[in-house]
Design a protein around this ligand. Structure first.
Ligand SMILES: C[S@@+](CC[C@H](N)C(=O)[O-])C[C@H]1O[C@@H](n2cnc3c(N)ncnc32)[C@H](O)[C@@H]1O
Length: 254
């Protein structure tokens, strides 16, 4: 079958067949269980020009379930924006859990910080304003030069010490591959790395992206290459989940 532009979805339903079906999922399974403070954050950013950046609540529910299945205590978040997935993670991990969260945009993080404070989970979060890759490198070298070292790395080295990592930034394949190599060393055996946007609005199934939204033409090839790379990586168990914009779950085997 020749792939067509019909495969591409940019509406609120993500990759589902209809908005009605998506609404059904939200109304039945997601909204009734979403923490009030997450709803407040969602409402507060509803009119933000990049509100679509935020992890959708159904994707968030899935992340929270994975965190609980893993008994995750120590996590990494690449791509924070105003912190929906960050707050959700902080609400899910135990009181002494820690999240190292990295974003180049401090302003967006600080907007979400009021909700993090209101939820009394700020003590679990270390925000680093930076490009993510050098921070991951420094974590591996144990050379991250601030309080984070104290919080994360004094009693144990960073290598193989994280339970979970969520990557929701930077689409370029080289970057994603670089993240993958570092995160595979940072996450423990049995730990999980989760990549967002791996179906790229459905465009990964197109033979030619020219019919897709210009935003999707960017990183179209990179996403396809990344998916191929992950599918061929024997170091991880994987599942490509058609949730939101596509999420790939990788469990470190060795
Ligand atoms: C899709 S948003 C993250 C959404 C977030 N997970 C949430 O639930 O609201 C992507 C974020 O990645 C950040 N970003 C993009 N490239 C980056 C990089 N190289 N290093 C760190 N952050 C980056 C952007 O500033 C943006 O805030």
């Amino acid at each position: 079958m020749e792939p067509t532009a019909k495969l591409v979805s940019e509406g609120p339903s993500g990759l589902l067949q209809s908005d009605e079906l998506y609404n059904y999922v939200l109304m039945t399974s997601v909204y009734p269980r979403e923490a009030e403070i997450l709803k407040e954050l969602r409402d507060a950013i509803a009119n933000h020009p990049q509100s679509y950046f935020a992890t959708a609540p159904d994707g968030g529910q899935f992340i929270a379930l994975l965190l609980k299945l893993l008994n995750a205590k120590k996590t990494i978040e690449v791509g924070v924006f105003t912190g929906y997935s960050l707050l959700l993670t902080a609400l899910t991990i135990p009181q002494d859990g820690k999240i190292i969260s990295i974003d180049v945009d401090r302003e967006a993080y600080e907007f979400g910080l009021q909700f993090i404070k209101k939820a009394n989970v700020e003590h679990k979060i270390d925000f680093v304003e930076s490009q993510a890759l050098p921070v991951l490198t420094k974590l591996l070298e144990n050379t991250l030069n601030n309080l984070i070292l104290l919080l994360f790395c004094v009693s144990a080295k960073s290598e193989s010490s994280f339970d979970f990592a969520f990557v929701d930034a930077d689409r370029a394949n080289l970057m994603m591959q670089n993240y993958h190599e570092r995160l595979l060393r940072l996450v423990r055996v049995g730990g999980v790395i989760m990549y967002d946007n791996t179906l790229w609005g459905g465009t990964v199934a197109l033979a030619d992206p020219s019919s897709a939204h210009p935003m999707r033409q960017f990183a179209w090839k990179d996403t396809i290459e990344f998916n191929k790379m992950i599918a061929g990586d024997p170091r991880v168990d994987i599942s490509q989940v058609a949730l939101g914009d596509g999420m790939t779950i990788c469990r470190r085997i060795y």
